[in-house]
Design a protein around this ligand. Structure first.
Ligand code: HEM
Length: 500
């Protein structure tokens, strides 16, 4: 009973009242004048057992970003705690990111995502760049960059994304015109989720899943279900040690492994088809990233499979949420929407002739995406395991420490972004903001799918906004929850009305 009372006290921390609270701590208010030892960093104290009980009960840590935001307000811009034997330091200022970048080695390291690694180990499968560290990560990454992230790769896959974005627009138009009111009100999340899987899958494997139509094949349905299940179970397992969850969450582990098995089966099938087609002939046209990787032969088929699975997983929940939140913010900021719509209409002819022009001819829309990711950073936080000692806020931080940079707190810090609660894309056009747009990470380990994500988001929004006005009745904020990625707790209703 005493334990329960204590738990409730701990859980009742005032994280609900963050909007409009005092400015977050800054280096000016807290950093000591002389170099201090690691132990002098303010400590975030929490009872490990109570925390574990809470995670088990809630099947995750949905308020992690708010809990950390509160801790920054109480302790200042740097604090520490430990997870087992790992020392963790949390920070949230652009200059901290810059310092982390400056000391970065050629093989920056992140923590392992235990549930995903467990599956690969158990099944004797390779890992891709998301799960690798060290020279093997470097080897894979160097061979993936030219096919996934380089401007040359973007040029090749942009027409494929454009095709899917146009199909999305056509299917939206059809739904709107079938509606007697001449407009359509919907929870757009599922549709945008299907769009991002469809576009990424097409670019990766050169194959359409048919998710924008009505009749999904049983194979596509099984694959989508497995992706959902894999993410749900990841959240349930990722915060607790495997030695505990193997006893407390056997069913969840089973579901997690089964979901991965379906995803691997799907990727295997796609890769086998691409492989066979390449062996039968030498296609002259570009047919996606996996085909390029197989044709080049610089990575083994196992490594291509491991990486294409991580690219698939990386593309599922990530682009759909910023799309939902951008449409929502534009719906409740009609002036911004109008300016973006005018920009899209002015660029329509150039983008129709060459879809790659979306990257250069839509500066305000690009700024709107940065603004969305500032307020709603899908990644939640960035992580690096230090490979050398570092000084942060005049505290000595030794090599081996895990440093977490909280993007949610960075984006809502009024000393970095004046009036942070306001959706103002223009702020990104007014001046260069060094180490402030960090939603895709930084340095050589930054998001591999960054350009694909940007192209998917820009083209979808361009096509939708030049054809429709988006409206919402909802004026209050949408709360975010942390479920492996930071996502809206509920999807806002949006109305799409044709531009007359
Ligand atoms: C708005 C969309 C996205 C956001 C905000 C995002 C964010 C991130 C972040 C923060 C990281 C860690 C970077 C770092 O440690 O510095 C990352 C890594 C990664 N992302 Fe994304 N991502 C997005 C979309 C995608 C897409 C569409 C794909 C795949 C097509 C993808 C694949 C990956 C992979 C494979 C990594 C691991 C890279 C490595 O460790 O070398 N992401 N992403």
């Amino acid at each position: 009973m005493a334990l329960r009372v204590k738990a409730e006290v701990w859980l009742a921390r005032p994280w609900q009242c963050l909007r409009g609270t005092r400015a977050l701590g800054t280096t000016a208010t807290l950093a000591p004048n002389t170099l201090q030892p690691f132990e002098a960093i303010p400590q975030y104290s929490r009872n490990r057992w109570l925390k574990m009980m809470q995670i088990l009960r809630e099947q995750g840590q949905e308020n992690l970003h708010l809990e950390m935001h509160q801790a920054f307000q109480e302790l200042g811009p740097i604090f520490r705690y430990s997870i087992g034997r790992t020392q963790v330091v949390s920070v949230m200022l652009p200059e901290d990111a810059e310092k982390l970048h400056q000391v970065e080695s050629t093989h920056p390291r992140r923590m392992h995502l235990e549930p995903w690694v467990a599956h690969r180990e158990h099944r004797g499968l390779r890992r891709g760049v998301f799960l690798l560290n060290g020279p093997e990560w470097h080897f894979n990454r160097l061979r993936l960059n030219p096919n996934v992230l380089s401007p040359k790769a973007v040029q090749k896959f942009v027409p494929m994304v454009d095709m899917v974005a146009r199909d999305f627009l056509e299917s939206l138009k059809k739904k709107v015109f079938q509606n007697a009111r001449g407009s359509l009100t919907m929870d757009a999340q599922q549709n945008l989720f299907n769009y991002s899987i469809e576009a990424s899958n097409f670019v990766l494997f050169g194959e359409r899943l048919g998710l924008l139509g009505h009749d999904l094949s049983p194979g596509s349905l099984k694959f989508i279900h497995a992706l959902h299940s894999m993410f749900k179970t990841t959240t349930q397992l990722m915060f607790l040690p495997r030695s505990l969850t193997r006893w407390t969450s056997t069913q969840v582990w089973k579901e997690h492994f089964e979901a991965w098995d379906v995803i691997f089966e799907y990727a295997n099938r796609c890769i086998r088809k691409v492989h066979q087609e390449l062996r039968l002939g030498n296609p002259q046209t570009y047919s996606g990233i996996v085909a390029e990787l197989i044709a080049q032969g610089a990575l083994s088929l196992d490594a291509i499979r491991a990486n294409s699975i991580e690219l698939t997983a990386g593309s599922v929940d990530t682009t759909a949420f910023p799309l939902v939140m951008t449409l929502f913010e534009l719906a409740r900021n009609p002036d911004v929407q109008q300016a973006i719509q005018q920009e899209s209409l002015a660029a329509e002819a150039s983008i129709a002739a060459d879809p790659q022009r979306a990257m250069t001819d839509l500066p305000l829309l690009r700024a709107a995406l940065k603004e969305t990711l500032r307020l709603y950073p899908v990644g939640g936080f960035l992580e690096r395991i230090l490979s050398s000692d570092l000084v942060l806020h005049n505290f000595h931080v030794p090599a081996g420490t895990l440093v977490l940079l909280y993007l949610y707190s960075l984006g809502r810090n009024p000393s970095v972004f004046p009036r942070p609660e306001r959706y103002m894309p223009q702020r990104w056009l007014e001046r260069k903001r060094s180490f402030q747009h960090l939603s895709f990470g930084f340095g050589v380990r930054q998001c591999l799918g960054k350009r694909l994500a940007q192209v998917e988001m820009l083209l979808l929004l361009h096509h939708v906004l030049k054809s429709f006005r988006v409206e919402t009745l909802r004026q209050e904020d949408v709360q975010m929850v942390y479920r492996f990625v930071l996502m809206p707790s509920s999807s806002p209703l949006l109305t799409f009305r044709p531009v007359s």
